[in-house]
Design a protein around this ligand. Structure first.
Ligand code: CA
Length: 505
């Protein structure tokens, strides 16, 4: 079977993307000859596009031609004028509610039920929360010692993870937007992978007090260590070791059990995207998401600036006006947040995205939304909030990989599926990350970092349903602890960058 030269998505599209590099002079389809070398994943014009006329991919206007574009031209990011963003005040809700979803091959998984209720754990971890960065140095020394001296005694515990972060002091703790980092840290302290065991390290004079981080009922000497109350460094280490030992003993009794998919909560995000992400990796993830939702699981997708240009498509999928209004409110909040910084959504695509053929944020958004599949959106969350419903959830977060990750963790995800075009070794300490790449070349370059390759969809060797089903099975295996994705095997984890839209003092 010969590899196709291009991928065109909708009939009305006047551009297609190159599966591999297309040399100038190649006849791409009848009547269309490449006028330049077209780099892999970049766009070629299939028609003459006069100045000011729309460039269309995914059936949507990516932008308007700044100069006349000839049939066969390479279209890059400098040739398009960005359209105005869709109006969020007059969106239609619940006009596209899809109930015909693909049936999942299995409906159970093996997870850790929690005394706190909510979603079950995918791993068994001692998570040690902190109220402030000031304690990080001491905690890190203690954690190294715990890993060496305590962890080997408790074989059922997977890891000990300090929740180190930059928040906690020198911050405007009463600023309205401080609710975002405070809520995130509160929810992280009770992540489903921590099995109901709370351990918190405080300095003693910080703004994020223990009372702000924990519920009153959880504040006790069994759960909280205050460093300023200790007689010197060694006493701090001793206290941390002693508390960790007690918590680990309890965690070691945790057992996996067979659970319905309704106890599973996962997140999806993408990073280092290219023009194939929206054709291969993200639609496969969307297919797996639809299967999970059909089976009763909860799936979260995020990244405000990467859905902003297609937000009306999401509004049509919101189950009712209440959910739709929250979606609009989150978009407006982010529009204002960007405006305060004197930028807009066009600040999003990276040089790597553009090298990968993504001309602008509209094109990136259309590809990004594909990861949400077709399921109805049952709930919209503010950054770091926990879901109250089962099904597909839109959790508003920044698109930044390293900020979206902790936001989704705070919302309680037990696993993240991460789609990439250009490649990133991204990982999280608290939950496993499955990486899905958009091109075969990426898998060949990083065979030991990419878990699932969606490239065969572009070359016609697999369908979206094939890779989507493969990914679904991978999600179940990893969530159930039968398999570790590469990032987990190597212990690759990014820092927990907590989203703080409030001022620092
Ligand atoms: Ca991202």
């Amino acid at each position: 079977m010969s590899i196709p030269l291009y991928v065109k998505i909708k009939d009305e599209d006047n551009v297609a993307i190159a599966v591999n590099e297309i040399k100038a002079g190649t006849e791409v389809m009848e009547g269309v000859t490449a006028r330049h070398d077209i780099p892999q994943a970049h766009k070629i014009a299939l028609q003459d596009i006069p100045k000011g006329e729309p460039v269309i991919r995914y059936g949507v206007v990516l932008g308007y031609a700044l100069e006349e574009i000839k049939k066969g031209d390479w279209i890059n990011e400098f040739m398009l004028e960005l359209p105005t963003p869709p109006d969020v005040d007059n969106m239609e809700f619940a006009t596209n509610i899809v109930t015909d979803l693909p049936e999942p091959p299995v409906k159970t998984w093996e997870g850790y039920r929690n005394p706190w209720g909510g979603p079950a754990g995918t791993r068994n971890i001692l998570g040690i929360s902190t109220t402030v960065q000031c304690v990080t140095g001491v905690l890190n020394v203690a954690v190294e010692k715990m890993r060496k001296e305590l962890l080997p005694k408790y074989p059922n515990v997977d890891a000990i993870v300090p929740i180190n972060h930059a928040y906690g002091c020198g911050v405007a703790i009463n600023a309205p937007e401080a609710v975002v980092p405070i809520r995130s840290l509160r929810n992280l302290a009770k992540h489903p992978n921590f099995g109901g065991q709370l351990m918190v390290v405080s300095l003693g004079c910080e703004k994020l007090t223990v009372e702000k981080l924990l519920d009153e009922a959880d504040i006790s000497p069994e759960n909280v260590i205050v460093l300023q109350e200790k007689q010197g460094f060694q006493a701090m280490i001793d206290a941390l070791m002693e508390m960790a030992d007690k918590k680990l003993k309890i965690l070691n009794e945790r057992k996996r059990e067979t659970l319905p998919l309704s106890d599973l909560l996962i997140g999806m995000q993408c990073g280092g995207s290219d023009a194939f992400s929206g054709v291969t990796a993200n639609p496969s993830a969307g297919y797996a998401a639809d299967m999970l939702v059909k089976g009763g699981a909860t799936v979260m997708f995020s990244e405000v600036t990467e859905v902003r240009d297609g937000v009306y498509l999401l509004a049509h999928r919101c189950i009712n006006e209440e959910v739709g209004k929250k979606l609009a409110a989150e978009m407006k909040w982010y529009d204002n947040y960007l405006k305060e910084g004197e930028v807009d959504r066009s600040a999003n695509p990276t040089p790597g995205n553009k090298k990968g053929g993504l001309a602008n944020i509209v094109e990136k958004a259309m590809g990004s939304i594909a990861k949400s599949g077709t399921s109805p959106i049952v709930e919209v969350l503010s950054p770091g909030e926990k879901p109250t419903k089962h099904g597909l959830i839109y959790a508003a977060t920044p698109a930044s990989d390293i900020v979206c990750g902790p936001c989704q963790l705070a919302s309680g995800i037990g696993l993240q599926v991460f789609m990439t075009g250009r490649g990133t070794p991204y990982g999280l300490a608290i939950a496993p990350v499955i990486k899905v790449c958009s091109r075969n070349d990426m898998k060949e370059q990083w065979p030991d970092l990419i878990d699932v390759c969606a490239g065969p969809i572009a070359t016609g060797d697999a369908t979206i349903a094939d890779i989507g089903t493969l990914l679904f099975n991978e999600i179940i295996d990893v969530a159930s602890g039968r398999k570790k994705p590469f990032a987990e095997q190597y212990n690759l984890c990014n820092d927990l960058c907590i989203f703080n839209p409030a001022p620092i003092t």
